[in-house]
Design a protein around this ligand. Structure first.
Ligand code: DQA
Length: 136
């Protein structure tokens, strides 16, 4: 099974960025642990701070991979283009947010991804990616 985790803007700073909200572990460390926990899954990881690059990656994997775990970060709340990309592909997408966006500012309550996601996991910290992985 081929699954990719796609992380959006500022998530390259996990571990350093607002640790009270996002924790103190880097994504690279978490990802390596996740890969060793799921050796049977062909698991890859992509991060970009650039909206168009995220859309290109979704197009690239969206007709051949078995699953996409997408944390579009701030673009979740702003990007019609990313929402349309998720709508345009065949691979199921699970939307993940590390923090519980519904406990935060109202602008974080809207998602352009959610309507076309297979499911949504919010507020479980980095563990949300593992929960998403188990959902495929
Ligand atoms: C986030 C929540 C978003 O509102 C925020 O812009 C992020 C991270 C999360 O994982 O909790 O960058 O997607």
């Amino acid at each position: 099974m081929k699954i990719i985790i796609i992380n959006g803007p500022n998530l390259n700073l996990l571990g350093k960025r607002e640790p009270t909200v996002y924790g103190s572990e880097t994504f690279e460390d978490y990802f390596n642990d996740l890969k060793s926990k799921f050796p049977a899954i062909d698991l890859s990881y992509y991060q970009s701070n650039i909206e168009g690059e995220l859309i290109d990656k979704i197009h690239e994997v969206g007709f051949s991979f078995d699953g996409i775990i997408l944390n579009a970060a701030a673009y979740t709340h702003t990007s019609v283009g990313l929402g349309d990309a998720v709508k345009s592909i065949e691979t199921p997408v699970v939307e993940v947010h590390i923090s519980n966006v519904y406990q935060r500012e109202p602008f974080r309550h809207n998602s352009y991804i959610a309507a076309n996601a297979k499911g949504i996991i919010v507020g479980f910290g980095l563990k949300g990616y593992e929960l998403a992985l188990n959902s495929f």
